[in-house]
Ligand binder design. Sequence first.
Ligand code: PEP
Ligand code: MN
Length: 233
Amino acid sequence: ETQEQVTEIAKDVKAAGATLMRGGAFKPRTSPYSFQGLKEKGLDFLKNARAATGLPIVTEIMSPYMVERFVEDVDLIQVGARNMQNFDLLKELGKTNKPILLKRGLAATIEEWLMAAEYIMSEGNENVILCERGIRTFETYTRNTLDVSAIPAVKRLSHLPVVVDPSHAAGMWWMVEPLAKAAVAVGADGLIIEVHNDPEAAWCDGAQSLKPDRFAKLMGDLRGIANIVGREL
Ligand code: PEP
Ligand code: MN
């Protein structure tokens, strides 16, 4: 939302052990009247936070027209759930050699998700990371239903790393911790966790955001789970 805030949160999460900083500059909102992101300015905020902390940055791309700019500015390019089958975008990203974080579509099967990854890889870019972020089911209590079984499934079906976004799956901050633990326990290679310094006042997704101190505590707890399953954080 502001440069100070982005840099401050980047410092906090880095101190807690985060290895990448993700923030949305171009945001695919359900309603055209909702906050659409700070766009170019948001990208600059992220770049400045990277300069201040050394954390590589991750942000979402929505259009094939932006590929060149993202290749230059961003370390890991996120394709959001809504664009998982934007095949023209996937093919353009496939012509780059940037790592791509491919989120699972809102109602995509595992097969469709892996085929979307193939669209990127078949153009020559094999640097794809999958991200399970919950799928739409009959359940409405949670924002989405985290498909925990997708993690061992894609580990068996492909060689690609898979990370989990418990924040967008749950939609509620207090469920992020147990889902993050479950994700590590079933073999996830990483997590994306939404952190905000003042969630109640957040412009977007405050309900699912952890405050930096809770994030730090969670990182400590996750180390224990990771050790049990033979992984390191
Ligand atoms: C996001 O990561 O901010 C986002 C919009 O998530 P998803 O594409 O998974 O809905
Ligand atoms: Mn979000």
